[in-house]
Write a protein that binds this ligand. Structure first.
Ligand code: HEM
Length: 473
């Protein structure tokens, strides 16, 4: 009798599982039918879609973005990718890029960005500025943050950019002419970290390794970035700082400080969380991206002596032996700006963005049914022959004032309302670091190192750019 009951239960359970599986398969089939008129690479399997191809590409240590470039050339500017029941449409047509990215009505794809909400099961970027998919949640934060990136405020940061770059110069001074190979990526990383710490926390947290271990450090915990100041700078009068800056601060404990504008008072746990999300967001979005750009710029200057020479000549002409770079000087670095723009063309350190297409749209003559994710890859768009002739050639002349302006095919900082908030900040910082480096030192790349790209969410040079440093002759 019991056996009979058990076999009934097992039977009905199996039937239920089978029905759910069948329903899911039918749904996947329906999704395929809806989007299969859009060209795309063959799926590896009905259920997994292209997931095995992505997994193989990642395992083989090759760059997944190069596969997307290849698909872009093969299947055209609009192509389809599947993963289980989800479809993602890659779009590289300037008109559609303009329509979608420039409009506030196409929101970020919540399914894509929710992957950054948590990391290893712990809150990561949460609902911060980069990841907030809800328009109101994002808009409220952007309105608060915008003034901190106004030209008046940024002009006031020149002192910080100079001061933090000087630390790098001091370090290079010590090792110059010693023939010690130096990993430039680590050094520029310290500068951008110093800068972001100083501007967000009003004192520099990262200092050179010191054996006494008394300097302040940043420690990444799985939960949050905690700022641990091992030797608290008690001379800082925080109430003065807050009065001057118009910010209030909340101290979680004696070591961990957090700032907010008066407008963003921490009234509830939710606001509290929001501030922490932005704290993490600024460390991720505002630090690595610029450091990686600087490393790639050093790499390309090292590989192109004639471009290096011209950039250095410009810096020498504008700065001479002057130590501090002014805001006005930055505007004069025309060629250096071209070098930095071309660096982000070949190496967009934040390679793309996604939007949710909620309604049907015709792109490049193809009907795209609403209800899917649309991917815009700056990496692909900026490496397509039809957008940039001889795309793999590093050529700052593409950004000469007389050259034709790229039409919605160059977007290393994304475009439209969700464009990078720190664009100007980052390029001011990058110019100061690079100009000082060119002014004071000669660098050459250690032979035999790889020029491959490493994808860690942001793109960076795999080898870390190992250089020999000399004083300028
Ligand atoms: C070379 C340096 C940088 C590059 C290439 C870069 C690129 C980007 C890109 C592509 C996005 C859009 C991301 C997406 O849609 O998923 C973005 C957003 C953002 N970036 Fe940057 N970024 C850089 C530096 C910075 C810096 C220095 C800061 C802050 C100090 C910053 C703050 C932000 C913020 C807050 C957002 C979100 C904006 C919003 O959605 O309203 N970025 N950045």
């Amino acid at each position: 009798m019991i056996l009979e009951w058990v076999s009934y239960i097992v039977f009905y359970l199996l039937a239920a599982v089978f029905s759910v599986f069948l329903a899911y398969c039918l749904y996947v089939h329906h999704v395929h039918q809806k989007y299969d008129h859009i060209p795309g690479p063959p799926r590896d399997s009905f259920l997994l879609g292209h997931v095995p191809t992505f997994a193989r590409a990642m395992k083989s240590d090759s760059l997944i973005h190069d596969l997307f470039v290849q698909w872009g050339e093969e299947y055209g500017p609009v192509f389809r990718m599947n993963s289980f029941h989800q479809t993602m449409i890659a779009v590289h047509c300037p008109e559609a890029t303009k329509t979608i990215l420039m409009s506030p009505k196409y929101l970020k794809d919540p399914f894509v960005y929710k992957r950054l909400f948590n990391l290893f099961g712990k809150r990561f970027m949460g609902n911060g500025l980069v990841t907030a998919a809800d328009h109101d949640v994002w808009y409220r934060q952007r309105r608060i943050m915008d003034p901190a990136f106004s030209s008046t405020y940024l002009r006031g940061l020149m002192g910080t950019f100079n001061e933090m770059s000087e630390r790098l110069m001091d370090h290079l001074e010590e090792i110059a002419n010693t023939k010690t190979p130096t990993i430039m990526h680590d050094l520029v990383n310290c500068v951008t970290l110093d800068v972001i710490c100083k501007v967000s926390l009003f004192f520099p947290l990262i200092q050179k390794e010191d054996s006494n271990n008394t300097t302040a450090r940043i420690k990444v915990t799985p939960t949050y970035f905690l700022c641990i100041n091992k030797s608290p700078q008690t001379s800082i009068n925080w109430s003065n700082v807050t009065k001057k800056s118009g910010m209030s601060y909340i101290s979680f404990d004696s070591k961990f400080l957090f700032f907010a504008s008066e407008e963003e008072k921490v009234n509830s746990a939710k606001d509290h969380e929001q501030m922490l999300d932005n704290f993490v967001t600024f460390f991720i979005a505002g630090q690595e991206t610029t450091a990686n750009q600087l490393s790639f710029a050093i790499m390309e200057l090292g590989r192109h002596p004639e471009i290096y020479k011209r950039a250095k000549a410009e810096v020498d002409e504008i700065l001479g032996t002057k130590r501090d770079i002014s805001y006005e000087d930055l505007g004069k670095f025309t060629y250096l700006s071209q070098v930095l723009k071309e660096t982000l063309r070949l190496y967009p350190t934040a390679p793309g963005t996604n939007r949710w297409l909620h309604e049907d749209m015709v792109i490049n003559g193809l009907k795209i049914p609403g209800g899917c994710s649309v991917a815009f890859s700056a990496y692909v768009s900026q490496r397509m022959e039809k957008n940039f002739k001889d795309p793999l050639k590093f050529d700052p002349e593409r950004f000469d004032v007389n050259a034709p302006k790229p039409y919605y095919c160059y977007y290393p900082f994304a475009l439209g309302p969700r464009t990078c908030l720190g664009q100007v900040f980052s390029q001011m910082e990058a110019k100061v670091v690079l100009a000082k480096l060119l002014q004071r030192f000669e660098f050459s790349l250690v032979p035999g190192q790889s020029f491959d790209i490493k994808d860690t969410g942001t793109l960076r040079p795999k080898s870390g750019m190992i250089c020999y440093i000399k004083h300028c002759s």
